[in-house]
Design a protein around this ligand. Sequence first.
Ligand code: DGL
Length: 216
Amino acid sequence: MRLGVFDSGIGGEAIARALRDAFPGAEILSANDRAGLPYGDKPPPEIIRRANAAIRPLLDARCDIIVLACNTATAVAIDTLRALHPAQKFIGIEPMLKPAAALTRSGVVAVCATRATLSSARYRRLLETHAGNLRVLEPDCSDWASLIENNRLNRARLRDTIETVCREGADVIVLGCTHYHWIKKNISALAAGRARVIEPSGAIARRVRELLATSP
Ligand code: DGL
């Protein structure tokens, strides 16, 4: 089995690592677009164009499944990529609003994601479907992906952001950008005893298994 993993940058490595653990026998190919990072502050047509070009090696390698390990590319580009490459199976990644709605007791959840994800129609639909009864906080994380990519995380600002969402009552924090998986431990430590931090690597591995099981 050959799995392709795409992200603008190191977010994809977090997902590739989880897939390697879940499928030790699989060949896992990664592609990224570091020159185009961050996707989160780019207009949708540019994200679509860049993602479509950057997945070319994965298409050429005939991956059984391409995982768009990027919430931003999923939110903005997955419909177009599926239409452009109808024979290719894609799995996308989206902010985990449904699990967050099931977990929250306070009715307040925080979604940490890029601007492009938060302003996408796909994310709006997720909100309408799963978060109608919730208060959803969307803290400004607009430079997090670049800072994480360059190993320059601003710890003081991260602490302020997590303090603010916890003070406002969030008891679930959704990591809606794969770059943030690399700082999950930091966020969990800052929110300890107040909010759970959730991300979708386990769900993606399960989805890969399902899709393979139903493939001819
Ligand atoms: N890792 C990407 C995501 O999951 C975003 C990073 C970027 O802005 O390029 O949304």
